[in-house]
Each structure stands twice: as C-alpha cells, then as structure tokens.
Write a protein that binds this ligand. Structure first.
Ligand code: 2PG
Ligand code: MG
Length: 432
C-alpha cells in the first residue's frame, strides 16, 4: 500500500500578488502531488474561512499560520493514509479541524492538502488527474465530456475599477464542435472586442480586470457592455445566439444595500431588478445568470427561476456547501450550482455538492476564483465531473489561460475522444 509520507507547504503569491499556499504531498513510493490554492474577492458570507495572519506583513494577508498548520497538524492528520482513498484523506482533514468553516486551521490550508493528495494519488497510479478523479473518486466510467467555457471578457463590480455594477460579462462558444474550436472562438472574439473598444472609447478601455476581462472604461451600463460584446461576436465572424451566447455573473451582493440594488445609476427593488434581467433576456442571447440577487435572498432567486428560462446559477448563495445546496435545491432557488473547491475546503465535499445538484437535475459550473495561480486542478475536475460547464476567466493572463491550455492538453490526451455539449451545456452531463 502506498501512503502519505510527507506534507510540506510554503507561502507563494496569487494573481493579485497576495499570499496563498503551495503544498507538496510526497508518498511512500516517491510520487509527488503539488497544489496551489485560489482566493476570492467577492466572497460569500458562508464560505469556508481563509486563515490569514493579520498584522502588517503583506497588509495582514500573509498565510504563515496556515503554512505552519499544514506542516504540523494537517501533516500529522494524514500521515500514513493511502491517498488513493481520497475520502479517507478528507475525513482525516475534517477531523483535524471540526470548527465551523474550517477557520481554526484554515480552509486554505486544508484544501491545499486535499488537492495535493489527489494529484499525488493520480501520479502514483500513473493516471491523468481527470481520469483518477472520475474513475476512482467518482467511480464513474472513463467516458468524457469537455466543458463549455464561460469566458469573462468584460470585468466589473469587485473585479475592476469601472462604472459597471455587474461583475462578469461572459461569452459561451456553444456553436463550436470541440474544445479547440471553442477556445479559438473565445480568443478571436476577445481580441476583436479589445480592438473595437479602443476605437470607440480610447486606449484605457483595453485595461484588464482581475480575471483578464477588459475593464471597458467608458462603458456606462450593463447594456453598453452587452452591446459591445454582441458587436464583437459579429465582427469576429460568429453569429450571436447561434455560435456564441452570453452569460453574466451579477454578484448582486456587491451592489445591494438595505434591500435596494444600485445598478446603472438607478435604485431598484428586487422585483424591479428581476424585470431588468427579464428585459435583458428579450434583447440579448443571454442564457445564464449567476447570483442575480443578494446572497441571502433565497426567495428572490426562486421567484426568478419561476419567471425565466435562462440558467440561474447560485454562487454566493450556496458557496459549494452541500447543506446549503440542499436547501437551495428544495426551494428551487436556482437551476445550476457554481462549484468552487475553496468555498468548502476539500475536494470530496465539493464533489458531493455537485452530486446533490446532479440528482436534482441542476447544472454544475466548475469555477476559478478571481485570485488564481497557475494551478489547473479545476480543468481536470470539470472533465472528471463531466458537468459540461467551466468558468475560468478571459482567454488572457496565465492564471486564466493555463486552465484553457490544460483543457486543450486533456483533449489531446484523449485523442479527441470526448464530447462537447455546445447548446446542451445545461443538460448534457446527465448522460455522463
Ligand atoms: C465569482 C468569482 C469568480 P470571486 O464571483 O464567481 O469569478 O469571483 O473569486 O471574487 O468570488
Ligand atoms: Mg460569482
């Protein structure tokens, strides 16, 4: 039997230049797994807790306490466990920190060990990570579905210093025949969009936000941003609605205060905001809307689901937490779950949250964080789940692009023997 022999973490930087953890798990046969942990900016109140040092070092954001916890308590917790049983690893991690939100040892510390153990197990078995996760952890057949990328080409809200309340404006290349064509489409539209915006708004418009999407200085409203994206899709030679559809992550908690939403220079009630989204659907090929209301507004989410045909994605509302996902499913407060492993803190808990969504016939979107590293775990996770959707930013900046590159590599490893859901991105995974 192979066992975990060594666990060692160091402090590194994420894409915003803030500290995060890189953890290396070494097995008794010498196999190694490395993982780097992401970090959000628009974090949900119920997310698992990142342990930060406080004080003046790195403006209080250092992670030396979390690093120490990995190298001592968490190492002791998983030492001697067979990592090919990832659930046993995660059980040991959870037992080491039963506190609410994993705040005592830090969800960032715990996740780094869970991810690195999975990578080490795959290395030991001689399998690509996606295959290990699918066939061993999920216990599903080696039949693969690539995800449709939801690519955030204009950044707003907490991810950019501009006038846009909506955090993410995304394109989904649903007309592509495979992931290679999908990524080509993203890149082509992204570049035409940049060129168009320079011509119309000046060079400042091409600056980028946290996820590599353009800031679009000069864009004043949600409709300004969507108009530019539709124009870019056409100018790049694609058909809006057929080849490429649109998505937004409103991240509405960011523009919500005391029951009122402030967006595009207007103050709106939840009901008015709902009508605003329905109007957008009438004008644009908008097919997926994430966090349309505040992160506590389960009833407003449910009302929107009753009134719309677009996919309603829950992120800050459900924070990848199986218990909260169950509540949202019961209330039909969404039709898809955004899945971020660091919101919950272990790989198998995230997989369980996806399982609940799948059983309820919800979609699942595997997602990056706005603070990322070059780690590509989520690309493998999306393929392993076969969920058919991934959100991993603009086709620019290596923290985002590495995930796309990994999807291209996976396509090559599988010699193209994998599906691409296209327009069926919400439902295709039920057959996988
Ligand atoms: C989101 C994410 C990722 P953050 O809201 O969906 O795009 O942002 O990581 O800042 O929470
Ligand atoms: Mg979100």
């Amino acid at each position: 039997m192979v066992t975990i022999e060594k666990v060692h973490a160091i402090e590194i930087l994420d894409s915003r230049g803030n500290p995060t953890l890189m953890t290396r798990v070494t097995l008794s046969d010498g196999s190694v797994g490395v993982a780097k942990v992401p970090s959000g900016a628009s974090t949900g109140v119920n997310e698992a807790v990142e342990l930060r040092d406080g004080g003046s070092r790195y403006g209080g954001k250092g992670v030396l306490k979390a690093v120490k916890n990995v190298n001592t308590a968490l190492f002791e917790a998983v030492r001697g466990i067979d990592p090919t049983d990832l659930r046993a690893v995660d059980r040991a991690l959870l037992a080491a920190d039963p506190s609410k939100g994993k705040g005592r040892l830090g969800a960032n510390a715990i996740l780094s060990v869970s991810m690195a153990a999975a990578v080490a197990a795959a290395t030991h078995l001689g399998l690509p990570l996606f295959e290990y996760l699918r066939t061993s952890v999920l216990d599903k057949p080696a039949k693969y579905l690539q995800p449709v990328p939801m690519s955030n080409v204009i950044n707003g809200g907490a991810h950019a210093g501009n006038d846009l309340a909506i955090q993410e404006f995304m394109i989904l290349p649903v007309g592509a025949s495979d992931i290679r064509e999908a990524i080509r489409c993203l890149s082509e539209v992204y570049h035409v969009l940049g060129k168009n915006m320079i011509e119309k708004y000046g060079r400042m418009a091409k600056h980028v936000g946290d996820e590599g999407g353009y800031c679009g200085f000069g864009l004043r409203s949600t409709r300004d941003a969507l108009d530019e994206i539709v124009r870019a899709i056409s100018d790049a030679g694609y058909s809006p609605g057929d080849d490429v559809v649109l998505g937004i992550d409103a991240a509405a908690s960011g523009f919500h205060k005391n029951g009122t939403y402030t967006i595009d220079g207007q103050e709106m009630s939840a009901g008015e905001l709902l009508d605003f989204y329905i109007d957008l659907e009438k004008t644009y090929p908008l097919k997926t809307v994430e966090d349309p209301f505040d992160e506590t507004a389960f009833d407003d989410f449910a009302e929107y689901v009753r009134k719309t045909k677009v996919q309603v994605v829950t992120d800050d509302l459900t924070v990848s937490n199986p218990d909260i996902v169950r509540r949202a499913v019961e209330m039909v407060a969404g039709t898809a779950l955004l899945l971020k492993v660091n919101q919950i803190g272990t790989v198998t808990e995230a997989i369980d949250a996806a399982g609940i969504a799948n059983a309820a016939e919800w979609g699942v979107v595997v997602s990056h964080r706005s603070g990322e590293t070059g780690d590509t775990f989520i690309a493998d996770l999306a393929v392993a789940l076969g969920c058919g959707q991934i959100k991993t930013g603009a086709p620019a900046r290596s923290d985002r692009v590495e995930k796309y590159n990994r999807l291209l590599e996976i396509y090559d490893i599988l010699s193209g023997d994998c599906g691409y859901p296209g327009h069926d991105f919400r439902t295709a995974w039920r057959n996988y």
